[in-house]
Design a protein around this ligand. Structure first.
Ligand code: SAM
Length: 259
């Protein structure tokens, strides 16, 4: 996968390109990431990317032209992969915005698997000129119902969530499969050494070596946690179905006398 980012703060992306799972994936070229700064596409001495809003009011708005040029730089770069690899790859242009569709694991899974490349646009100030959004953006994504001062952190959230699902990126593919939301449930609790920590032990079953019993315990814990903390996920799962655990989940819920 190839990912271009349009942002006036490219240095911020060191947080994902130098550290952890995403940093490793980038250094091994499992994913290529590059930033395009709208300021590099301006012609005035101050490298201006923002202006006062028409109609007055507080704050500044990002102007469409530097964004359009940065986007053209980004798509040219992405097209260069197409030329090298000989297969035409679709490009999705995503603007991170508090007004977008709220990001869910299902969307992350879909994008990790879709075979497209991405351009993520990070806004600043009051946001970006609406005409740029209308003309060039395929999809607006929000990372939650709150307002950040810029889209960079939101872009990093989305990239991190996608990259960890790309084939080969996590050491053990199963670790993502069993994560919260992947099967419509929260994850079970986890324990590691020592066996006694401040007088608290580890559930005996986890020390038993009986893998079938451990799997059943983990499943029940995941359902119980979800029931207590996020019952909405169970309701949704019973309505829409989902991969893997459905028959087991249905049986378990019947045992608990939950429809
Ligand atoms: N005036 C805008 C509004 O109220 O909808 C908020 C602009 S915000 C201060 C600046 C930039 O931060 C936005 O253009 C967007 O890129 C990013 N941003 C802020 N909150 C976000 C969120 N919850 N999800 C994704 N991006 C967000």
């Amino acid at each position: 996968m190839n990912i271009a980012i349009v942002s006036i703060f490219p240095e911020m992306f060191e947080a994902i390109s130098r550290y952890g799972v995403s940093g490793r994936a980038i250094s091994r070229n499992e994913v290529n990431v590059r930033c395009f700064n709208p300021r590099d596409y301006t012609e005035d001495r101050h490298r201006t990317v923002d202006e006062r809003p028409y109609g007055g009011g507080p704050g500044m708005v990002m102007m469409p032209e530097p964004l359009e040029k940065a986007l053209a730089g980004a798509t040219d770069w992405l097209d260069s992969f197409t030329q090298r690899q000989g297969e035409r790859r679709a490009i999705k242009v995503v603007y991170l915005s508090p007004q977008g569709e709220k990001l869910k694991q299902q969307k992350v899974n879909e994008w990790a698997d879709c075979g497209s490349d991405f351009v993520f646009i990070a806004g600043r100030y009051e946001g970006i000129d609406e005409r740029f959004v209308e003309l060039f953006v395929d999809c607006e994504i929000s990372i939650g119902d709150y307002v950040l001062s810029g889209g960079e952190l939101a872009v990093m959230v989305v990239i991190d969530a996608i990259v960890r699902l790309l084939p080969g990126v996590l050491g053990d593919e199963n670790s993502a499969r069993e994560d919260s939301f992947m099967q419509g449930l929260l994850d079970c609790p986890h324990y590691t050494r020592p066996t006694d920590y401040r007088g608290r032990g580890v559930p005996k079953v986890l020390l038993s070596g009986d893998h079938a019993k451990i799997a059943q315990w983990r499943f029940e814990q995941a359902v119980e946690r979800t029931r207590r903390r996020r019952p909405d996920l169970l309701v949704k799962k019973s309505e829409t179905g989902g991969e893997g655990w459905d028959e087991r989940l249905a049986q378990y819920m019947r045992g608990l006398k939950i429809k």
